[in-house]
Design a binder for this molecule. Sequence first.
Ligand code: HEM
Length: 470
Amino acid sequence: MKLPSGPQPYPIIGNMFDLGQNPHRSIANLSKIYGPLMTLKLGSITIIVISSPQLAKEALQKHDQSFYGRATPAVSQVHGHDKVSMIWLPTTDIRWRVLRRICKNHMFSQQKLDETQVLRQESLRKLRDYMKDCCDFGRVVDVSSMACSISLNLITSSLFSRDLSQFDSGPNVFMDIVKALIQGVSTANIADYFPVFKFVDPQGIKRRAKAYVGKMFAILDDIISQRSEARRQDSALITNDILDVLLDFSQRSSESELPQNQIKHLLMDLILAGTEATAITVEWIMAELIRNPEKMAKARNELQTLIGSDKQVQESDISRLPYLNAVVKESIRLHPVGPLLIPHKAEVDLEMCGYLIPKNANVMVNVWAIGRDPRIWHNPERFEPERFLDGKIDFKGHDFELIPFGSGRRICPGLPLANRTVHLVVANMIHNFNWKLQGEKKPQELDMNDKFAFSLHKALPLQAIPIRLS
Ligand code: HEM
């Protein structure tokens, strides 16, 4: 059986030069020539790229049993993280199944999210206060960094009832560690593509990551032991946040299911995977709304009509805000955080559409290309939330033309939390505020270029001025 076709690889480096700085775009262009199932070579790694909803469905649903692995990057191996991490374990590993079950049933179930929403309300109150301050002093807001802070705070307050980031520019120790670790995972590491470098660390990525993971574990260990101590002393102190759930679980269940020393690995995965994805999503939505003031006005009118300007939006309000829901879907269609998902790994040889998908190949789904395919979307480059108002398409993994959270077994476990936090943050940022760009810059002049660094960032961080409306 033949491999799917693809551009001719160069010796040793393969197609590295074909990909350039924006692989999601170059891969989309190559797929126009070689088709929706394509082979690329990156160093010694075979990559299979999927660029149509039909094939994405086949790969993520039908062949879910075969594409269950992850190619673990060298950086994931520090502190033995890849051996216990939900992100990097294969789905056949019992530990992966236990972690996913805990996420689904105990951490991100509707009931648990309803119980923890009070923790997130406090973080949102601080966000509103910060924006009011910026209005009073006419300060420019770095929306990118504000989105990072509120996303981190919403996640850590849900996890262990603490905000670990401030909105002002003071020292931000935890956030700096989070950013350094995300940068470590996002940097292309030649050791991942050329086995000859496997046992060295030519760019020092592993060495730096080891130090930062050590710092993060020290903070998380401290939080976990303080909580364990408080629980021993006085059961009334139990906060019923996710850390309490995890401690209950590790005490209740047999040690092999969730040993207490693995809780910090799980918390780190959730913090790293959740913070950046939520922050980037919020920043793109705000950029689209600022560039399209009439859409921002429509979303704000909906909030003022259905919620009222004197009330705060609650998580239970989200489902009755159709225009806001459509805005979020439309922005995620255009700017999926993981344009190529997190690559899956084929664990066996298998056949797809008469072609061989070889064991150990990395399988990428070009969600970005699917979201802009003119055969699927009318005027795909335009920001038109109205296209989603009929409510027929959702991003929860069943409609393969819109799968920014993936689909199948490896679908993002944080989706239920992200769905609440993204809507809530954007609602809070526009409900009683308008936004304008600095100086005389017109909305249409806002730079919307993207930058690929594992995730799809806005190339120029969004800066804008909030104006208080009431
Ligand atoms: C808008 C926000 C988010 C987006 C767009 C997003 C997207 C994704 C995507 C595309 C994947 C990979 C799916 C695949 O492998 O096919 C993923 C995996 C993951 N996400 Fe999210 N995510 C978001 C928020 C969150 C949050 C808030 C959390 C947790 C607090 C989270 C935790 C994870 C974890 C742990 C994985 C790995 C799961 C596994 O491999 O089994 N994500 N996410």
